[in-house]
Structures are given as structure tokens and as C-alpha cells.
Design a protein. Structure first.
Length: 366
């Protein structure tokens, strides 16, 4: 038969030459005759075998994609399974004249990868919002962002666990007496101004606001993020110093407005606590409990007796003594505790001490 372009006897086939693949009519007949003579007929694997192969490779792909944590990492098993399947189909076709359908599995791999990566991105965003919603009232923005970047699951953070932390208690002296002689609306405004400044001091030093108890502020350093025990204690002491300074500024303004100046007492203690979701089935809060918390509260109550606005226990002093000027006081008996507690009155920071919290690098400890 003729093999010439002007005859227009050329047809599209998968085995032609050039682009697009074309083969002359006589060549098609010759190949058909050769196939019949050799007995090498192209065979399909069949629907059941095809579904079985697709199912097994789909399970393998699902297992591999679960191992990858990041969206980019999930592309690796997708490429591996896809290329492996293409290679298997090519070998089966060229060596055994067996046709394995490509589109179903490749569609499965591509569709699953896109779906899983999209779902993971959505879940991560939801989780980040959960973290932000859970801790935005307790910690500063940088601590919340660190929690989100760490990938720590919120539910795991809620599980009570033992941690080494520094606990700070601050309380306004003669608070009840002052409430009786001040117009309620203005007094609440004054209290809100005070609490706003105190919480800002906590957040500036990587602390966590545990709770308000009326005018009292309880803060924790080392939970849910920790800089290490020494730095946690140092952040607690810096917070107390800043609280003292902020209150002096508030008092200066309040006196000019004809308001009564306030005095506060602050107590700090370092020790082990149980941190996590605490409360009843009806209402829970993220917080800490333990002997270290009780001691911090008792030490704060000693500030009036000791005529000092900031008292720390020896457990805190041992961690920060090289950066702090403090006066040693006698060992004291605190309510509810048999063992005596040695306390120190904080005077000032040493000249070499750096008060800037921004120069401390945060490290997440789950």
C-alpha cells in the first residue's frame, strides 16, 4: 500500500511517529497481521484486578501521607506513589502486553492529596483560633503566637501535669477600707486602671495571668511556656519591679485627681505545681494549684508585717541572686505550713541586670 502524505492515508495511534503520533494505513494493517501471527495481543487486567491494585496502592498512599506532618511533606508520598504506579504500568505494558488503567489511581492520588492538604490547613487554622481563644485572656500575644507555632495541641495543654513555675501574688493593702470611702463608679474605674497596668507588666515578661481575686492578681511564669527555671523566676521578679514602678506612676496621677494613692504587697515563690484544666463539669479554667501557689499567697500576706512591698522566698532568690539586691529576713512561719520559709525583701536590680524582656529568647516546653 502507499506510504505518502499526499494520499492522506495517515491515522492517529499511540505508536506513531512525530507529533501528533500518526501511522500510515498499510502500517496499521501490517501491525494487525503481525499481532495475529505472533499471538502477542494487548490485554487488560480486568475490573476486579484493577480495583484491587488501586485499593492496595490507595491504602499504601493513605499510610504514607499520615506520616508526613507538614502539607509540603505530604507531596512526597503523592509523587512516590504516582511515579511508582506509572513505572509499574509501563513495565507491564512493554514486557507483558498488559494494560493497567492510569487515570483512576492518579485521580485518587491527586484528589486525596489536595483534599488532605486542604483539610489539614483548615484544621490548623481552627486549632490556632482555639489556642488564641483559649489563651488570649491569660497570656500576651507573643506567648500565644509561640504556642501556635509550636504546633502543641490545645487539648494536651489542658491535661493537668506537673510543672516547675514561679508564682506571683499581688494585693492592694486596705482595699476593703478604701471601698467604703470612695464613690463606687470612680472606684471601679480606678481598679480597672490598676489591673490593666498590672496585667500589662505580667504580659511584658512572658507571664500568664492565672486569675483575679477581687483586687488581687495571681500570675504564673513557666506555664504554658518556659524560658527555664532561672529565667522564669527572673521574669517574675522583673514583673514585681515593674508593678512597683507602674503603681508609683498611677499614684502620681491619682493624687493630682484628688484620689487616694494605693499601696500593694507582692509575694513570689518558685516550686512544683499541677497545671491544666481545673474546675467542675459545668465550668473549668486553665490554671495551677499546689503548695507553691499557697506559699506565694502566704508570703504576699507577710509584706505588711515585714514593711516591704516585694517579698520572695529562698527558692526564687537562689535563682536570681546574682541579678538582684535583696535584704535577707528571718525564716517565717506561714499559715498552713509546718516548715519555715526564708524570705527576702527585694530592694532593687543590680546595675548589670537587664530589665528588657525582649532580649530573652523564648523556648517552648510542652
Amino acid at each position: 500500500g502507499p506510504r505518502a502524505n499526499f494520499m492522506h492515508d495517515d491515522h492517529l495511534t499511540p505508536f506513531g511517529t512525530g507529533v501528533p503520533y500518526k501511522m500510515f494505513g498499510p502500517d496499521i494493517h501490517a501491525n494487525a497481521i503481525a499481532t495475529l501471527l505472533s499471538g502477542r495481543v494487548l490485554r487488560e487486567i480486568g475490573r476486579i484486578n484493577g480495583l484491587l491494585i488501586i485499593g492496595l496502592l490507595g491504602l499504601a498512599f493513605a499510610f504514607l501521607i499520615r506520616l508526613a506532618k507538614s502539607p509540603l511533606g505530604k507531596l512526597v508520598p503523592a509523587f512516590a506513589v504516582g511515579l511508582g504506579y506509572l513505572g509499574l504500568a509501563q513495565i507491564a505494558f512493554s514486557r507483558w502486553d498488559l494494560f493497567i488503567p492510569l487515570v483512576p489511581l492518579l485521580t485518587l492520588v491527586i484528589g486525596s492529596t489536595v483534599s488532605v492538604v486542604t483539610l489539614q490547613a483548615i484544621v490548623e487554622q481552627i486549632e490556632k483560633r482555639r489556642v488564641s481563644g483559649m489563651f488570649q485572656s491569660y497570656v500576651s500575644k507573643n506567648v500565644a503566637q509561640e504556642l501556635m507555632r509550636s504546633g502543641q495541641d490545645v487539648d494536651s495543654l489542658m491535661i493537668p501535669r506537673k510543672r516547675e513555675v514561679t508564682v506571683l501574688f499581688s494585693d492592694v493593702r486596705d482595699f476593703t477600707t478604701m471601698t467604703e470611702g470612695t464613690e463606687p463608679g470612680r472606684f471601679v474605674q480606678q481598679l480597672n486602671e490598676y489591673l490593666t497596668e498590672m496585667v500589662e507588666c505580667v504580659f511584658n515578661n512572658h507571664g500568664t495571668l492565672d486569675k483575679f481575686v477581687g483586687d488581687a492578681v495571681m500570675a504564673v511564669f513557666g506555664n504554658p511556656t518556659s524560658l527555664g527555671m532561672a529565667e522564669d523566676a527572673w521574669c517574675g521578679v522583673k514583673t514585681a519591679i515593674e508593678m512597683r514602678q507602674r503603681l508609683a506612676e498611677l499614684n502620681s496621677r491619682w493624687v493630682k485627681e484628688g484620689l487616694t494613692p494605693w499601696r500593694i504587697g507582692i509575694g513570689l515563690n518558685h516550686g512544683a505545681v499541677m497545671a491544666g484544666d481545673i474546675g467542675s463539669r459545668q465550668k473549668k479554667e486553665y490554671g495551677v494549684i499546689g503548695d507553691a501557689v499557697n506559699v506565694a499567697a502566704r508570703v504576699e500576706s507577710l509584706t505588711k508585717e515585714q514593711k516591704a512591698d516585694i517579698l520572695i522566698t529562698d527558692s526564687v532568690y537562689e535563682l536570681v541572686q546574682d541579678r538582684l539586691n535583696a535584704e535577707e529576713r528571718d525564716e517565717m512561719k506561714v499559715k498552713g505550713r509546718v516548715k519555715l520559709v526564708k524570705i527576702y525583701a527585694v530592694k532593687s536590680l543590680k546595675a548589670s541586670a537587664d530589665l528588657s524582656a525582649s532580649k530573652i529568647g523564648m523556648k517552648f516546653k510542652g
